[in-house]
Design a protein around this ligand. Sequence first.
Ligand SMILES: NC(=O)c1ccc[n+]([C@@H]2O[C@H](COP(=O)([O-])OP(=O)(O)OC[C@H]3O[C@@H](n4cnc5c(N)ncnc54)[C@H](OP(=O)(O)O)[C@@H]3O)[C@@H](O)[C@H]2O)c1
Length: 263
Amino acid sequence: MDLGIAGKIAIVAAASKGMGKAVAVGLAREGAHLAICARGESELKKTTREITSSTSARVLPVVADVTSPNDIQRLVKKTADEFGRIDILVNNAGGPPSGLFNSFSDRDWQDAVVLNLLSAVRLCREVIPYMQKAGGGRIINIVSVAAKQPIESLVLSNSIRAAVIGLAKTLSIELAPDNILVNNICPGWILTDRLSALVKKRAEASGKSFDSTLSEITTTIPLHRCGTPEEVANLIVFLASERASYITGTTIQVDGGLTKGLL
Ligand SMILES: NC(=O)c1ccc[n+]([C@@H]2O[C@H](COP(=O)([O-])OP(=O)(O)OC[C@H]3O[C@@H](n4cnc5c(N)ncnc54)[C@H](OP(=O)(O)O)[C@@H]3O)[C@@H](O)[C@H]2O)c1
């Protein structure tokens, strides 16, 4: 299938590692040119080199923290200056800390809102005018199955991901006349550094080993394994493509069957 992505310009936020990186690689393989961001410069440059040495994509690495409005404005402006247009935005960020409700202060809640909701709001605000000018676009938010089915000890994620879905659904309606399609992806348990950190914390809290804690998690997944970042990226690349032209306002899980709800 020709996805029609060749020559498109994408911003993939939080993309030096994990799922963001896999999305950047996937889009580059389909012929898109990209801006990618993260806070850590060396990993970001390493990822840029990996992508440019294995594809013909042009990649603009921008050291930026998505919790900073100034960094977001700089990221979007540099992308537009470099490539002249923006067609695809993949909203991603680090995850909020794990813990029970009682362990979090107002400040923790505010930080999580800034990291996982306001970052998407601000990136959309900056990018939408370019998409309107280009006659359309794709916005894809990486959220979590936590939005569909709460995950133990992840009250911040369980709460704030749902707000992103509300944002995306609203934007999908408001931006439909501009041919800007907005969708959410809900990863389940995906093999990344974030997953390792969560499993380590859960193992320490229960006094169990890392491996037995991970195996307790995988037994709850109908496919009996964690997913790979590439398995999540495959769907995001499709949604970013011309072939996904009638899909907007959806929230799709990539979770090996973990989510138990019917819809
Ligand atoms: N892995 C899972 O099982 C899973 C499941 C559901 C949802 N999620 C969510 O999906 C998102 C991505 O997770 P992942 O597992 O791919 O994480 P990861 O492997 O830990 O990678 C996170 C990436 O985001 C960057 N980043 C973190 N905070 C940032 C910030 N404030 N500004 C800019 N870049 C930032 C990191 O680079 P720097 O640290 O250098 O900035 C890194 O490139 C997270 O929100 C996570 O909670 C993960």
